[in-house]
Design a protein around this ligand. Sequence first.
Ligand code: UD1
Ligand code: UDP
Length: 372
Amino acid sequence: MSNKIKVLTIFGTRPEAIKMAPLVKEIEKNSDSLESIVCVTAQHRQILDQVLELFNIKPDFDLDIMKDNQNLWSLTSEVLLKTKEVIEKVKPDIVLVHGDTTTSMAAALSAFYAKVPVGHVEAGLRTFDKYYPFPEEINRVFADSVCTYHFAPTEKSCENLKKSQIPDEHIYKTGNTVIDALLYTVENVKADLNDIGLKDNLKTILLTSHRRENFGEPIRNICKAVLELVEKNKDIQVVYPVHPNPNVQKPVYELLDGVNRIHLIKPLEYAQFCALMKKSHIILTDSGGVQEEAPSLGKPVLVLRDTTERPEAVEFGTVKLVGTDKDKIVSTVQLLLDEKSEYKRMSEAVNPYGDGLASKRIVDVLMNISKK
Ligand code: UD1
Ligand code: UDP
């Protein structure tokens, strides 16, 4: 029997893949002591595959579960049942999951049922409101409660875990692996944005929105705010890589397709998206990951939500919560466009989420866990 510690990493969506990729690479680098086995649930398909290709990760297991307009019940049961088979076959010493998706929650439960210790990467994030974001807040609380090793990105996330009675010795402050992914990509991968058709003489506003609680009226309000902004400001252009979820695609294309200076585009590969963040003047988003990446690029972020589990960048001043009220979005963007001092204040580069070494810190912990 091999003496290596068998690490089974399970993920399924684009953000999990981006944030787990540097860790998988770091585990592979330490192949003397660790055996890396990767299982993707493929809760996402196309936008997961983009990331696997970029980081050259070839999964050992691909559960291929995505269905068009899938629901939480079938997704949860598919992940639970199919990961059971993988865990029984691999017999890992530890399972790693990431963050707060249905894949993370159900895979953590699956490993817990098999009595395999679980490590939670990006542990301890909280809004303390079970419906915002939905279902992510409960997914991460749940994952934290069944996990043994908690890899928390910041001091605040460590404090949240302590408040949930997680023993100190199981909490590791590591930074967020998203910064490892961002720094690697910006430094090593060339990306060109020529196909989008952006004009150099216009200021670029980057928009992303996909959260379940923004489906319906909120996403329509966001689109109407953007329409008003391009009408009022002839020197801006908006670019929106539209998430493939049909609940996003439908209203967005209905309201914004074909409008002058609004570019609706397919989801971008990660390297291109990083280049687009760098090129942008202002970012409007309800994404979690973008709230962590944009501050380290020195870009003001207006968050299209009422709460955030990422308060650090709000405290530094580069991230502001604006919610989904049309007039509030318009007035806040307008202020940033008009007031140089306000823009300067929000565009200072800060990096509360990591230094690019989070994966190394996690691997140091993995090297010291005991084999079964
Ligand atoms: C999921 C996560 C959310 C995360 C987001 C990141 C849950 C419950 N939600 O939300 O926490 O912030 O991913 O993007 O885990 N689709 C495609 N191709 C793809 C991906 C999605 O066609 O590559 C479409 C499919 O119709 C799919 C739908 O989008 O059924 C929804 O995907 P799903 O993973 O259920 O929800 P997301 O909104 O993507
Ligand atoms: N992203 C990307 N291409 C895009 C839009 C986003 O690669 O067209 C990246 C982004 O840089 C971040 C991650 O995807 O790292 C965020 O994913 P998403 O917004 O889907 O999920 P969340 O972070 O909200 O869970």
